[in-house]
Ligand binder design. Structure first.
Ligand code: NAP
Length: 290
């Protein structure tokens, strides 16, 4: 049986639905107010647990062969802090998995994870990677770069909906390896019991590096009109942008990130989603402001 932790979130939900579709037996962790409506209906079994409560995890891990975790503290806030969930919670889960004799532990980290990263969330990801490497478990660390389907709606889709210019910090011409969340899910599923995925860290990006300028051009071509852009100077605080968006756009302006995916996609048998395919899938021709 496979335990998916984070199944009630975006990426974890895609992974869980894909596993159930492939007839895997799946257990998911639920907490009060988790949104799990369709997953139980599709056949997932529930374990009531919380990463912050180590005593709740042995039962969740009992008779589990593989743990896949996408869980992270970013969404709920409150007692879900980076330290409680991304650091200690993940350590609790790794310990419980080891005690339960789990065969493989698949951890969704992030491409930017680094012990010396200024963002505590990304430090915690790197610390969890180290805890996992030292655990004695067979592990797979998947380290995706930015998700197309999270960041493009946030930066461009919201601007279209609000009928305002797209705010970019700096030139917006740095290239980045945007990846569809469905592709990350496909790599996670393909990593199951896959010898080439054992005890390794695999960086994940999209099929081709793209800048915000490239993305906006592709969207303009589909929309048949130009999208106004307001370029803001690097290094200023912007009250009209959420901190998360300011931080991401500033970080993206610092360097290009190109992740060579041809070999990895071939080895895992994953057909990668292009930006054009994502846009067609996400918007189906209906643009947010039309
Ligand atoms: N978005 C990106 O561009 C990007 C890029 C690289 C990597 N990633 C990584 O991708 C992963 C998936 O992201 P996502 O957007 O799909 O996440 P998400 O939608 O925010 O889902 C978070 C999940 O974690 C669970 N969770 C949080 N605290 C928990 C706790 N204490 N105990 C048990 N479960 C807990 C939540 O459960 P509840 O429903 O019960 O709250 C939810 O299922 C994350 O690890 C993220 O860091 C994202």
């Amino acid at each position: 049986m496979i335990l998916v932790v984070g199944a009630t979130g975006y990426l974890g939900g895609i992974i869980t639905r894909s596993l159930l579709q492939q007839s895997h037996a799946v257990r998911i962790i639920l907490r009060p107010n988790s949104n799990h409506s369709d997953l139980i209906g599709l056949g997932a079994k529930a374990a009531h647990a919380d990463l912050k409560d180590p005593d709740s995890l042995p039962a969740a891990c009992k008779e589990i062969d593989v743990v896949i975790t996408t869980a992270n503290s970013a969404r709920r806030g409150g007692s879900d802090t980076v330290s409680a969930v991304d650091l200690n919670g993940n350590r609790n889960l790794i310990n419980a998995a080891r005690e339960a004799g789990v065969r493989q532990f698949i951890f969704i980290s992030a491409y930017e994870a680094d012990l010396s990263h200024p963002v505590p969330f990304l430090q915690a990801k790197a610390q969890t990677e180290d805890t996992l490497r030292a655990s004695g478990l067979y592990y797979t660390i998947l380290a995706p770069h930015v998700f197309m389907d999270v960041w493009i709606p946030m930066v461009v889709g919201n601007a279209l909906q609000e009928n305002r210019p797209v705010f970019l910090i700096g030139s917006g011409e740095r290239k980045h390896s945007f990846i569809a969340a469905a592709d990350v899910a496909a790599f996670a599923v393909a990593a199951l019991n896959n010898a080439t995925a054992l005890n390794g860290k695999i960086s994940l990006g999209g099929p081709e590096p793209l800048s915000w300028g490239d993305i906006i051009s592709i969207m303009e071509a589909r929309l048949g009109r130009s999208i106004p852009i307001k370029r803001l100077p690097v290094g200023q605080a912007f009250t009209h942008l959420p901190d998360l968006v300011t931080g991401l756009l500033t970080g993206m302006e610092m360097r290009d990130v190109r992740i060579e995916m041809e070999q990895t996609a071939g080895e895992f048998g994953v057909m990668q989603t292009t930006l054009e395919q994502y846009i067609a899938h996400a918007y189906g021709g209906d643009w947010p402001n039309e």
